[in-house]
Design a binder for this molecule. Structure first.
Ligand code: FES
Length: 226
């Protein structure tokens, strides 16, 4: 029996005769629709990562806080160097004095003060000499003087000119046979002993000797005498 093309049996016959073709065409249409539907879904979806924010270039700026700290450190360094320099200026002379006072041996020299025959027995005169026990840069301060008394033919006594009170130079008074200090009225006998006034001890006395027809006195650092 022939099927009617307008009837229901007609389409059923076509499907029955071409099932693979019709299934492939249906699958194609389904995939086509699915693809469009997925694209629409993608556009609607907000799962895409947000666009990256533009990276800002780092700005060049001055850290004034750190600048202030560095300046403070600089000032501290300057203060430390200055303090060290001042300390050295003060310390070097002290160290030099201590070194010379405690470590350098105290020199003493015999110094000629004149020929023997130039001094009269019983007379006290002042003699000037150069102290060779000092330093090369003493200059004119190396010039010293002393009172020299010829006691007899072969004995002399020599006294420092400085008063033992505060160091003023004493003068010899031949009439009174006394040493007088002009500062505070200190008085010494002809042998250097204290006769009156504030001096606490006798005049410093140098050792003397006669060598090769010359009178010599022994000079060196004058130490405090008790
Ligand atoms: Fe000579 Fe004072 S310094 S009595």
């Amino acid at each position: 029996m022939a099927s009617d093309p307008g009837s229901r049996n007609h389409w059923y016959g076509i499907w029955y005769r071409h099932p693979v073709d019709l299934s492939a065409a249906g699958l194609f249409l389904f995939l086509l629709g699915a693809h469009g539907w997925i694209e629409d879904l993608k556009k609607m979806c907000s799962c895409d990562p947000p666009p990256e924010a533009p990276v800002e270039e780092p700005k060049v700026s001055i850290d004034w806080k750190n600048v202030l700290i560095k300046r403070d450190e600089f000032l501290k360094l300057v203060a430390a160097v200055s303090a060290g320099f001042i300390g050295l200026v003060i310390a070097i002379p002290c160290i030099g004095f201590a070194f010379e006072y405690f470590l350098v041996p105290r020199r003493q020299d015999w110094i000629k003060v004149g020929p023997l025959e130039s001094y009269e027995v019983g007379k006290t005169v002042d003699v000037v000499f150069t102290d060779t026990t000092g330093t090369p840069w003493d200059g004119v301060s190396a010039k010293r003087s002393a009172w020299l008394r010829r006691v007899d033919e072969s004995n002399f006594k020599a006294f420092a000119v400085n008063c033992t009170h505060l160091g003023c130079p004493v003068r010899w008074e031949p009439g009174a046979e006394l040493f007088l200090c002009p500062c505070h009225g200190g008085v010494y006998y002809g042998d250097g002993k204290v006769a009156g006034g504030p001096p606490p001890r006798p005049l410093h006395q140098y050792a003397t000797r006669i060598a090769n027809g010359h009178v010599e006195i022994k000079v060196g650092p004058v130490l405090a005498e008790g």
